[in-house]
Design a protein around this ligand. Structure first.
Ligand SMILES: C[S@@+](CC[C@H](N)C(=O)[O-])C[C@H]1O[C@@H](n2cnc3c(N)ncnc32)[C@H](O)[C@@H]1O
Length: 486
């Protein structure tokens, strides 16, 4: 994989996990510890904690409601005293931890939370009430967990605030929510950009903390200003743009390099019915002689010469039906024969498959440009509710709580079709697996936890930009070490 070395020297190096990158002369930068203190709210399995520790931070308090997450957290950070991990964030901010309870005043909040420089929170998104509009931004968020975060920010005044959420938070349907978050931080004396920082691990090179997973997340990066700061100063610039890190091309990822060998197919292999679907479509893509397969979804139900398009059918759907008809007409002989074949132990015809498995989205042209190259077994298949989507074996879609999405072909895994193991899923989040292992939680729980977690490399990348912008002493320390190392 080509690596831009100039870029590596300019940046703060990412402390690598040993299994991702083998030797690195600058990896000793990681030895900076305790340079700053942070709190980890909505801590999950500690994505923020791993990133902040790698930058030299010490966690002085975490809050996480879910007992299974807390187990993994404790097992991941054995040096952290258990009493520093509380359950409900509202225990820190309210008289009673329920939605209606009175808020504690600033002194009482400070008495419960150790001093800290950085506040991290990947918080659940709840709608803010609009009715509070006349009463100011703080009232608008009352009763939500964001309100509790802001109570802590206002009481404790950390230097930096790093919030994380799903990408939609910065989308057109949430403009009001977004504006309220930004306004709340500015009201509290913080500098923050109007535009969200959106980043995904697959756009970052391995040196910059990347991983072969598309996972767009929104970050709010805020820095405390002097009390007398002007309104202008509160409008920060967007610190990170959503683009590949210098010199990196995301198509250079090869998922194969991030997989384990000797994975037990009895445990992680696909089900016989999934094999049946994939075998049928393998014969299909190999039977079509054209070098280029269409980019529109191929739909067995629309393989007919006389397409009936009812009045009122949306234009996009009518086009898609007509294109499928045209495709069928060109390859009628082969397709008719393929439709009569039977597959798998149940001898199913393709027409008997469940509707979502009668549709194929071919998105693998980059990896397999010609008819001769075509082989599902060298690709990744996403068994989506809308159809089977096949993609190059470069990077995977976002890990989500459910596990039945991506399956990896035998030429990718080196064995048979299978899903990611929990250990591999953790690697895609750059979260060390040992904590999960020690905690003893089951696979299903691990997939769920990882599907909710934040990607460690991305947090580290965007936080570094914030710390450098704020001229944080610990970022200068990194720079000094870097110039010595370089
Ligand atoms: C999106 S996840 C954050 C995951 C985390 N960033 C990570 O890397 O694993 C949100 C977490 O907030 C926790 N949570 C929800 N309500 C909470 C509350 N009132 N107090 C503390 N934690 C809460 C959930 O259990 C969940 O683990």
């Amino acid at each position: 994989v080509p690596i831009c070395t100039a870029n590596v020297q300019l940046r703060i190096p990412f402390p690598r996990q040993p299994e991702l990158v083998s030797s690195d002369p600058m990896s000793n930068v990681r030895s900076v510890t305790g340079a700053f203190r942070f709190i980890d709210l909505f801590a999950g399995v500690g994505g923020f904690h791993h990133a902040m520790s790698a930058l030299g931070g010490e966690c002085v308090l975490a809050a996480e409601l879910d007992p299974a997450c807390r187990r993994v957290y404790l097992a991941s950070f054995p040096d952290m005293p258990a009493e520093r991990i509380c359950t409900d964030i509202r225990q820190l901010t309210r008289v009673e931890p329920d939605a209606e309870a009175d808020e504690l005043d600033a002194d009482e909040i400070r008495a419960r939370i150790p001093e800290h420089d950085v506040l991290c929170a990947g918080f659940p998104c709840q709608p803010f009430s609009k009715s509070g509009f006349q009463h100011g931004v703080r009232d608008k968020t009352r009763g939500t967990l964001f309100f509790d975060i802001m109570s802590i920010v206002i009481a404790c005044q950390p230097e930096y605030v790093i919030l994380e959420n799903v990408r939609n938070l910065a989308g057109p349907r949430h403009t009001e929510t977004w504006a309220t978050i930004i306004e709340s931080l500015r009201d509290a004396g913080y500098r923050v950009a109007d535009e969200p920082v959106v980043m995904t691990p697959h756009l970052l090179s391995p040196e910059d903390g990347g991983a072969p997973q598309v996972r767009d997340r929104v970050f709010v990066l805020a820095r405390r200003l002097r009390p007398a700061s002007s309104e202008d100063e509160r409008h920060g610039i967007q610190l990170v743009a959503r683009q590949p890190s210098d010199g990196w091309d995301p198509d250079w990822w090869r998922i194969k390099d991030h997989l384990d060998e000797d994975v037990d197919l009895n445990e992680y292999g696909i089900r016989p019915i999934e094999q049946t679907w994939l075998d049928a479509w393998q014969a299909f893509i190999q039977g079509i002689p054209d070098d280029t397969l269409p980019g529109f979804p191929l739909w067995v139900d629309a393989f007919t010469l006389k397409q009936r398009i009812p009045n009122g059918t949306p234009q996009w759907k009518a086009d898609f039906l007509r294109k499928n008809s045209g495709f069928y007409a060109r390859h009628r002989e082969f397709i008719d024969e393929w439709l009569t074949r039977t597959w798998g132990p149940l001898n199913l015809r393709v027409g008997d498959f469940v509707p979502s498995r009668r549709k194929l989205e071919w998105q693998a042209r980059k990896a397999q440009p010609g008819a001769k190259d075509r082989d599902l077994e060298g690709l990744v298949a996403h068994l989506r509710p809308s159809g089977i989507r096949v993609k190059p074996p470069s990077y995977l879609p976002a890990l989500v709580a459910i596990t039945q999405t991506s399956v990896l072909g035998p030429r990718v895994t080196g064995t048979g079709w299978r899903r990611l193991t929990p250990r591999e899923a953790a690697r895609l989040q750059r979260i060390p697996f040992d904590g999960f292992e020690r905690s003893g939680v089951n696979d299903k729980t691990i997939y769920r936890q990882l599907g909710n977690a934040v990607n460690v490399g991305v947090v580290q990348y965007v936080s570094e930009a914030l710390f450098l912008d704020g001229d944080a002493p610990w970022s200068r320390r990194h720079e000094t070490l870097l110039s010595v190392a370089g």
